[in-house]
Design a protein around this ligand. Structure first.
Ligand code: IMP
Length: 192
């Protein structure tokens, strides 16, 4: 079985991806490889940030690894919050970040938005990218309590409820992250 580092400390994300990847690869978190650094994420794009994280691990530990970066892009806000999704209001409080989007969107009729996720994988020293996105729109008011981040204000295209009103499996089946991970898993299965 091959070991693959997932550059995250989020156990929930790790278990989810491990279940999808199957037995061919054993995933390890940053903690499990003894990496407690605050890995820089200073890129201007999701690609750059994902790449920065996986290269950081590869250069220091020489281990096969992957990392993800994701966020919300709102058309009427010129693609914001984008790479600043986690700290748009200046704080990491997702309620404040979400409220700032709602405030900036007040009175706007074009409410189109999308979530994007980019995964950077470094396997045998070669980097590959996998991307997933989900189109949708920003609500006028928040709805739902499930999920995290901007889920209460995002309605995916073809649906009438927000991500925060969906069951986890329903969201994962159509989400940006679910789609990017599916591409990663398909690629890894071809390598076995
Ligand atoms: P990260 O890529 O896990 O660091 O996520 C960046 C930020 O984007 C998060 O802190 C959230 O604010 C936002 N975000 C990413 N994915 C989602 C999602 O599935 N739902 C809601 N917000 C998300």
């Amino acid at each position: 079985m091959k070991t693959l580092v997932f550059a995250t400390n989020n156990k929930h994300k790790l278990e989810e991806v491990q279940a999808l990847i199957g037995d061919g690869f054993q995933l390890k978190t940053l903690e499990e490889i003894g990496c407690f650094d605050d890995i820089p994420e200073t890129g201007a794009t999701f690609e750059a940030n994902a790449s920065q994280k996986s290269r950081y691990i590869y250069e220091r530990f020489q281990l096969d690894c992957f990392s993800d970066d994701s966020g919300l892009e709102v058309d009427a806000l010129s693609g914001e919050p984008g790479v600043y999704s986690a700290r748009y209001s200046g704080s990491r409080d997702s309620d404040e970040n979400l409220q700032l989007v709602l405030d900036k969107m007040a009175g706007k009729t074009d409410r189109k938005a999308r979530f994007r996720c980019v995964i950077s994988l470094i396997l045998n020293g070669e980097e590959q990218f996998f991307e997933g996105s989900v189109e949708g729109s920003i609500t006028e008011v928040r709805a739902g309590a499930a999920g995290f981040g901007y889920d209460p204000i995002f309605i995916p295209e073809g649906h009438a409820i927000t991500f925060a009103e969906m069951a986890a499996e329903e969201k994962n089946a159509i989400s940006h992250r679910g789609r990017a991970v599916a591409k990663l898993v398909a690629f890894l299965q071809e390598q076995q």
